[in-house]
Design a protein around this ligand. Structure first.
Ligand code: SF4
Ligand SMILES: [Zn+2]
Ligand SMILES: [Zn+2]
Length: 304
């Protein structure tokens, strides 16, 4: 029997990148310690209102659960979960049900908002009109806008999302490979922009497989439903490359993020001068005259 490196109990998980065998208790402690450390850097303060983007999948469920565990005894700190229903039949219903069960279990207020009620279209309807374009580019942009709008309506001061270490390292490498360094700089905004709620990603230093294990241990939803429109050709290639590298060289994902954090100040210095303007249609902060979501919505209207 292999024993935990921190106590004499049976090992439950081998953490290849650290070389540690961990029992269940020490595995959970390790995950929670990393989450606390990420949150601490963002300086959550009393009086804050935290909006958590809750899809009902494993990542956002663990983000909400752990965030609530850390802060539930704080007075003057409110948490609200925001769930977006993109309108994808057969895919979102189960995740939304999971999100309802979790917010009920944790006694947290939840807002469920749909694309249909806010933008007038479901993702299914957009997909039937925009056959020649990837639907994710519409859905992802509109979801980000809606999350920000609802968080503003809720007077939230911080927006928590469930991105894990795998997501973060893929995004960094993807932007480098595409040569899109300005987008990489936006990944770590240099200043708080009026109208944009600052983001916090408590799982950004937790590998996906540890998020899944943690969710199983805490009896949270873990099943990842596959969206029928998923279109992530290049991201999928990057994911495979990083996965192969991680297997041969454990710690690659952390190394990618460490490099990014080292470059953050340089990127901020170069790209921080840009002040966002206001979209002429919806008033949201944007580069240029019309924001991306409004551009996409007007391209849909033209096709109806
Ligand atoms: S995979 Fe694409 S279409 Fe499906 S929910 Fe995600 S962003 Fe939307
Ligand atoms: Zn132990
Ligand atoms: Zn706009």
């Amino acid at each position: 029997m292999t024993r935990c490196d921190k106590c004499s109990y049976e090992s439950f998980y081998f953490q290849r990148y650290s070389g540690m065998h961990l029992c269940q208790k020490h595995f959970k402690e390790d995950v929670e310690r990393k989450i606390r450390s990420t949150i601490r850097k963002k300086k959550i303060k009393k009086g804050d209102k935290i909006a958590v983007a809750l899809s009902g999948g494993k990542d956002s469920s663990v983000a909400l659960y752990s965030f609530n565990n850390i802060f539930k005894n704080w007075k003057n700190l409110e948490i609200v979960a925001i769930t977006i229903d993109e309108g994808i039949s057969g895919y979102r219903d189960r995740a939304i049900e999971n999100s309802r069960l979790l917010t009920k279990r944790l006694d947290i207020d939840q807002r469920i908002v749909s694309f249909k009620e806010y933008f007038g279209y479901t993702t299914d309807e957009i997909a039937s009109l925009e056959r020649d374009k990837g639907i994710c580019s519409f859905c992802g942009v509109l979801r980000r806008k809606l999350l920000n709008e609802v968080a503003l309506e809720e007077n939230a001061t911080v927006l928590v999302t469930g991105h894990n270490l795998n997501d973060e390292s893929e995004t960094v490498l993807l932007n480098i490979i595409k040569g899109d360094i300005e987008r990489l700089a936006r990944f770590s905004p240099s200043k708080v922009q009026e109208g944009l709620i600052p983001r916090l990603k408590p799982l950004s230093s937790i590998p996906e497989e540890e998020v899944i294990l943690y969710a199983q241990l805490e009896d949270l939803p873990t099943k990842k439903e596959r969206c029928p429109y998923i279109d992530e050709a290049m991201r999928f290639e990057i994911r495979q490359i990083i996965k192969n590298l991680e297997e041969k060289h454990p710690g690659t994902r952390y190394a990618i993020m460490k490099s990014f954090y080292e470059l953050e100040d340089v990127l901020r210095a170069k790209y921080s001068k840009k002040n966002l303007g206001k979209c002429k249609i919806c008033g949201s902060p944007c580069i240029g005259e019309i924001c991306q979501p409004c551009n996409l919505l007007s391209s849909i209207k033209k096709k109806i």
